[in-house]
Ligand binder design. Structure first.
Ligand SMILES: *Cc1c(COP(=O)(O)O)cnc(C)c1O
Length: 366
């Protein structure tokens, strides 16, 4: 088979896989303290590979194939802290391509096992600042292709339609009491999800605003305020999947209406509270988004606004059994979540206050 025919065949395989898949659910969760505000979670944990990165991986493969960047038998390489690599390993296997994930040596054993389950290989590096250069080197040496999610996430996703995450949520909201959400809450890893949602709501002329919630160890909030793209941090994020030590090209600040910064302990307390309310475990970034939703609910109530808020449920809790859901791990990391969890509960159920959090509204937001 020549390369052009192989590309057609490969795209067909990905489209057929999509055609066999169902959409992810939109789950309603009542906030007893806020009867005029309807909260929903877009449950991205129900993708075959367990996170919102399933959408990104599909888009990155289709983009690379359509650009002529992949060839039969060519190795696919990604720099990833885990979730993207798990989803890309799935699609590489679907196409019969070798896959190498370049990851920090600290990556959880659950994620390494998930990548290997899909036939991928893990290349662990001690210094996380070398992930990008190691990936580029492996691509050169194997004659393969470095996907580079942090550069291409925002442009690989079809933001106008094609059942992207935004179009899917608006479709699922159609019969709700407040079908056009006042806010959509997300948190930036690549920034791809907030870029897709921010562009979509503008293109469709919706009044919906996008809140992006940044974790403690990350430059995105300060970048949003200063627009200084040279900002860096010496450490990685404490919430897996979100927060970056440098400004990534896929984070598009001009389509984000507001940002909030949340301490890691508060995100994890919110994650534990949500797990109780939903009857199943969710990941840390979902806790971060929940704090964003509670912050907005309080703000809307103060302004006597009624409406809906949609937050992203980014992944399930299975991958964090050894860490965020392990009491010994929490104690080792100096995290005493009980008082914060009580505060989160009081906020959701009695309308109590949250700790003071840095918040910034775009000057452009009506
Ligand atoms: C990647 C990721 C995010 C953030 O999504 P982006 O589109 O990359 O900004 C949030 N939560 C989890 C668990 C992730 O893996």
């Amino acid at each position: 088979m020549n390369t052009r025919n192989w590309v057609i065949h490969a795209i067909r395989k990905i489209e057929a896989d999509f055609n066999r898949s169902a959409d992810t659910h939109l789950i309603a969760l009542s906030l007893p303290a806020y009867p005029d505000i309807d909260l929903y979670f877009k449950d991205e944990s129900s993708h075959p590979t367990g996170s919102l990165k399933h959408r990104l991986a599909r888009s990155l493969f289709l983009y690379a194939l359509s650009n002529g960047w992949l060839k039969p038998g060519g190795t696919v390489i990604e720099a990833s802290s885990g979730s993207t690599a798990v989803s890309e390993a799935y699609f590489a296997r679907l196409l019969g391509l070798p896959f190498i994930a370049v990851m920090p040596a600290t990556t959880s054993p659950e994620k390494i096992a998930a990548i290997e389950f899909y036939g991928g290989r893990c290349h662990l590096v001690d210094d996380p600042t070398t992930l990008h250069s190691e990936s580029a080197r492996l691509a050169r040496e194997t004659g393969g292709h470095f996907m580079d999610q942090f550069t291409y996430a925002e442009r690989a996703t079809d933001w106008r339609s094609n059942n992207n995450i935004a179009e899917s949520m608006f479709g699922q909201m159609a019969l709700e009491p407040h079908p056009i959400p006042s806010w959509i809450v997300t948190s930036p890893g690549t920034g791809g999800t907030s870029a897709t949602i921010g562009r979509y709501v503008r293109y469709r002329q919706h009044a919906t605003r996008v809140l992006c919630v940044d974790p403690q160890h990350s430059v995105f909030f300060d970048y949003y305020r200063s627009r200084d793209s040279s900002l860096t941090l010496p450490c990685g994020s404490g919430i897996e999947g979100i927060g970056r030590p440098r400004v990534e090209p896929s984070f598009i600040p001009d389509v984000v209406d507001a940002m909030l910064k949340v301490p890691d302990a508060l995100s994890l307390a919110a994650m534990h509270y949500l797990a109780q309310r939903l009857g199943r475990r969710v990941g840390g970034s979902t806790g971060t988004n929940f704090i964003g939703a509670l912050f907005l609910a309080r703000q809307m109530r103060e302004r006597e606004e009624a409406g809906s808020i949609v937050a992203i449920l980014c992944d399930g809790g299975e991958r964090y059994a050894h860490s965020y859901y392990n009491d010994a791990w929490l104690a080792q990391n100096g995290l005493d979540l009980a008082p914060l969890q009580a505060q989160v509960r009081a906020s959701a159920e009695q309308g109590g206050s949250l700790p003071d959090l840095p918040f910034m509204l775009s000057a452009d937001t009506p």
